[in-house]
Design a protein around this ligand. Structure first.
Ligand code: CO
Length: 176
């Protein structure tokens, strides 16, 4: 056999493998579908429990604004908040985070301390007791999520603690 023949044989074998594996994949999918359709009804409460995680997406861009000024959840819920930075600017120029403060913590006091806490990404050292939850600081095109249990019913302040942002980037986190 010359080189061309060998190549032809190899191509043929390769095609057969691809065809065979595609066929296998299809079968697997069909099997999965059957299982899904056949799922007994007893398992539905499990799905409801999972849906009790309140997933919230809040976006910000290069205009120094959150797209939500109010977030409502229920006491006892598990919360997942995802902050999405839809802008293009660098983290050092237009950094955003999402910080929920505990009740009784003054928004301006916290933001003032945060503004000089660059080393700790604008979360003041020793402020763990002032915060319910916070995401990471992110720049344009990035996202950051945080998961936590909803605190007791009440109204909480949220803000971006990047220097100068809290005046526009703030809102209410309401636990009902
Ligand atoms: Co910001």
């Amino acid at each position: 056999m010359n080189k061309r023949h060998i190549n032809y044989v190899l191509v043929t074998i390769f095609s057969l493998v691809v065809l065979t594996s595609c066929g296998g994949e299809k079968k697997k999918e069909e099997v999965k579908e059957t299982i899904k359709l056949g799922t007994p009804k007893e398992e539905e409460p499990q799905a409801e429990m999972n849906s009790d995680v309140a997933e919230i997406v809040i976006s910000a861009d290069d205009m120094m604004k959150f797209d939500l000024s109010e977030i409502k959840v229920k006491a006892g819920q598990k919360i997942k908040i995802t902050l999405r930075h839809k802008g293009k600017l660098d983290i050092n120029v237009m950094g955003h985070n999402f910080v929920i403060l505990k009740q009784g913590v003054d928004l301006t006091d916290f933001a003032t301390k945060a503004a000089v806490s660059k080393d700790t990404k604008y979360i003041p050292k020793g402020s763990e007791n002032d915060i319910v939850a916070h995401t990471d600081l992110i720049g344009g095109g990035q996202t950051s999520s945080v998961e936590f249990d909803a605190p007791e019913a009440g109204t909480y302040n949220f803000l971006c603690s990047f220097p100068g942002h809290y005046a526009l980037m703030k809102g209410k986190f309401i636990v009902e």
